[in-house]
Write a protein that binds this ligand. Structure first.
Ligand code: CA
Length: 234
């Protein structure tokens, strides 16, 4: 999951980035509306966490600008995506500010100061709704994957995965049976400036196959990877 955090307070931004990274998000941080808009134009983010009081204006204006973008044409990615899930963070506790944020197209809001765990739970709920899934746990054959607790069971037995391995597995399961390109996977697992070896995705896929079975993830040579539909449904 690739997340954009737009926040100008270094303390809040740093804490948020650390908690979200620990939860498996690739997190990019912007401190102004202008920088955020540029980032949204070049990267297919999965979610945005947006402060309202920013040095160059009001976060609501950025949100409104994103929502005004044309809807994507099937099969062609256009950025910024106008349906990007957005959580607004605000120190303003007035009811009218919260209503204004939701009416401008925010999916949810959280009032500062907040607990990082609550923010993470709100993000999970938003992403479930965005994916049209009401069941928070993903089942696939003998696998049960819980994004909330970062646990994976294979035939009832817990399997230990690294943070990036978990994020890769989740991305492929959520997209199944669609093929995800290596570059798409890299951009959903790694933020700007995070160290990335050229064979990082191959290495993670190799580890996932070793831990979860050789047949789970298929390679489309020169294109990318996918998880096929499972016969048992899921
Ligand atoms: Ca601020």
């Amino acid at each position: 999951m690739r997340a954009l955090v737009v926040e100008d307070d270094p303390g809040i931004a740093g804490g948020l980035q650390a908690s979200m990274r620990q939860a498996g998000y690739a997190v990019d941080l912007c401190t102004t509306l202008e920088a955020a808009w540029l980032a949204l134009c070049v990267e297919p983010f999965d979610v945005m966490v947006l402060d309202l009081g920013l040095p160059d204006g009001d976060g609501i204006d950025l949100l409104a600008r994103v929502r005004r973008q044309a809807a994507p044409v099937a099969g062609r990615e256009s950025l910024p995506r106008n349906d990007l899930p957005v959580l607004i963070m605000t120190a303003r506790d007035g009811v009218s500010d919260r209503i204004g944020g939701l009416d401008s197209g925010a999916d949810d809001y959280i009032v500062k100061p907040f607990d990082a765990n609550e923010l993470l739970a709100r993000l999970r709920a938003m992403l479930r709704r965005a994916g049209g899934r009401s069941n928070p746990v993903i089942e696939h054959g003998e696998l049960v994957v819980d994004p909330a607790t970062h646990t994976v069971l294979r035939a009832g037995q817990p399997v230990s995965l690294g943070g990036k391995e978990f994020a890769l597995l989740l991305a492929l399961l959520q997209a199944r049976p669609q093929v995800l390109s290596k570059s798409r996977l890299e951009s959903s697992l790694y933020g700007f400036g995070e160290a990335l070896e050229s064979n990082a995705i191959e290495v993670h896929v190799h580890h996932l196959r070793r831990k979860l079975g050789e047949q789970l993830i298929r390679t489309v040579r020169g294109v990318g990877y996918f998880v096929p539909r499972h016969d048992g449904g899921a």
